[in-house]
Write a protein of this length. Sequence first.
Length: 445
Amino acid sequence: MKHLITTALALAAAPAAAQTAPAPGPKVTYIHAGQLLATPGQAPRGNSTIVVRGGKVAEVRDGFVAPADGATLIDLKDRYVLPGLIDMHVHFYSSGYPMKSRLDGSGKDKEDAFVDAANAARATLLTGFTTVRDLGAPEPRGIRALRDAIARGDLEGPTIVNAGRMISVTAGHGDANGLKEDYAHAERADADHLCNGPDDCRRATREQIFTGAQVIKFAASGGVGSNIAGGLEAQMTPEEMKAIVDTAHAFGRKVTAHAHGKSGIDGALRAGVDSIEHGSFIDAETIALFKQKGAYLVPTMHAFESVIRQGRAGERPPASVAKAEEVAKVVKDSHRRAIASGVKIAFGTDSGVGPHATNALEFGYMTAVGMAPAVAIRTATVDAAALLGRADRIGRIAPGMDADIIAVAGDPVADVARLNSVDFVMQGGTVRKQAGERALFPARD
Ligand SMILES: [Zn+2]
C-alpha cells in the first residue's frame, strides 16, 4: 500500500519536474578532418567528420557534416587526423639525463620525483601520445597515484598502464648497482622486486601486482644502463622466468621482458612472455621463436641512440658505456632483420633513458632500418593497442572507440618526421592541445 502511495505522489509531482531544465546529455563534438587515417595500415579516408559523444567516437561520416544543434565544431580541414599514439615503454620517474639525475637524485625526495614524473607525463601527452606503458618506476606507489590522477582528470597525461618495479635477480639489471654500500642498502630497503629462485620470483611478481602493477616486467638479461659489468646475456634461469610469466598470466597480467643478449631473449620467449623490450642480439633462431610464440618486439631505438650519444659525451658511467658500444655494433642489424622477416613490432622508446616528449623520433629510427612509414604508424596505434589487450578501445578511430585523436599538418605517411610536430591532441573527448598552441613543457636541450 505504501508503495502505491509513493507512486501516486511521484506521478502528481511529474508536471512540476517536467518544467525544470532537462539533464544535459553527453557533450557532442564534430571534428572536420581534411584527411583521416582512421585505421593506420589502411588507406586514409579523405574529407571526413568524426562525431564524438561522451568521450567516445560515436560516428565517422564521409565529407564535412554540419554539426547538430548544441554540438561543438573543431575545424581540422587543413590537417591530417589520426588516432592518439601509444608508447609501450616509458619511465616517467627517470629524467633522460643520467649524470645530472644521479647528482640531483641524492637531494630529491619522492614528492619531488612525483612532480617531475607528472611534468614528464603532461609533456608526453602534448606531443600526441595518449597512452603509454610505464615499465618500471622506483616509486611504484607514485606511478599508480599518477595513473589514477590522470584517469580521474585531476592531472594531464597519457593513460598509463603501469608495471610497478622491474623484477630482477640480485646483482641483476634491476638491483641497486654501483652505489656505495650504505646507499645501496638504503635503496634496497624495500626491494620487493629482487628475487632468486622460482618460488621467490613468484613472490616478487605477486608483490608488484599487490602494489598495483597492470603489467609485469622483468629483467631477463643484463642491461646497458645499469652500472655493473654484468654483461648482456641471460641473468635469470629458465625456471625463474617461467615462474614470473605463469604467475602474472594467472593474475590476468601481460608480461614483458627486458632482454638484450640472445640467451636472455630466447629464454624469455620460451618462458612465454608477451613482448621483448630492446632485443639487441637477434638471429634466425630468435626470429623463429618470436614467430612461433606470437610475441612482440619493442625495439626502443630511441634509447639506444640516447645511450650511445650520452656515453660518448661522458654522461654515463664506464660500465654502462662499454655495454652501449657493444650493443651499438649489432642492434640496427638485429632490428632490420626482425622487421624484414615479419616479427610483430610494437612502438616503444624507453623515454626516461633519453629525454621525454621526443618519443616520435622513434618513427624516424624505425623507417631508417627498413620499416615502411605506414607500418611504423601502425606499430604505435593498432599494434600497440593489440599488445596492451585494448584493441577494442584504442588505436583506431571508429564508433565505440575512445576519442583519443591527434592531428598534424601534412601527410605523416609520406614523412614520419611530421609526427614530431603534433599540434592537436584530444584525449577521451577532451581537447588537450589546440592547433597552433605550443607545448608548455620547460624547454630543454
Ligand atoms: Zn626501460
